[in-house]
Design a protein around this ligand. Structure first.
Ligand code: SF4
Length: 169
């Protein structure tokens, strides 16, 4: 069986982001993987029942998703509402979907408090970034799923990883 990829729904054009937009990723590899039946789409936040639109949310005080998983940090909206439980629920649903489809890899939207893998925002809602992962990414990585960013470099790295996984079958 060809290796499968869990992918953020917003990268496939679904308008599911907090502000009701998509983040369509246009790349030949995406079209090819789609035709090969490798892509499994998920939006952790919508899976958890959060609405569109919704207030932006960030992981507080410069922590990251790994801290959220162990209860050391919360995820809060810019209104101050604590949405940690919903984000954890979305992370678990994304993991369950990945495991049920035997996804070894994930291609997720960077910067998101759910899907970010190279950077996230620091909880001040002023655009300050720091290195860290979102809650879904932390849970996927903890369960052995390799996560790649929605960048040219991330796609190239994923292409290499897929090639090796396909050869190993
Ligand atoms: Fe996209 Fe992930 Fe945010 Fe859903 S949670 S809108 S898939 S970045």
């Amino acid at each position: 069986m060809r290796a499968r990829i869990l992918i953020s729904s917003c990268l496939l054009g679904a308008p599911v982001r907090y502000n009701g937009s998509a983040k369509m990723l246009v790349h030949g590899a995406i079209d090819r993987w789609q035709k090969e039946g490798r892509l499994v789409s998920v939006c952790p936040e919508i899976s958890a029942g959060l609405p569109i639109p919704r207030p932006p949310a960030e992981i507080e005080r410069g922590y990251d998703g790994a801290d959220v998983l162990v209860g050391n940090a919360r995820i809060v909206e810019n209104t101050g509402r604590d949405v940690t439980d919903a984000f954890l629920s979305g992370a678990q649903i994304a993991l369950d979907i990945a495991l049920s489809h035997r996804c070894q890899f994930a291609l997720l939207t960077d910067g998101s408090p759910s899907c970010g893998s190279s950077f996230i925002y620091d909880g001040q809602f002023n655009g300050t970034r720091h290195n860290g992962v979102g809650a879904t990414v932390a849970l996927l990585q903890r369960n052995g799923i390799a996560v790649f960013t929605n960048t040219k470099q991330g796609i190239e790295q994923l292409e290499q990883a897929l090639m090796q996984a396909d050869l190993a079958v």
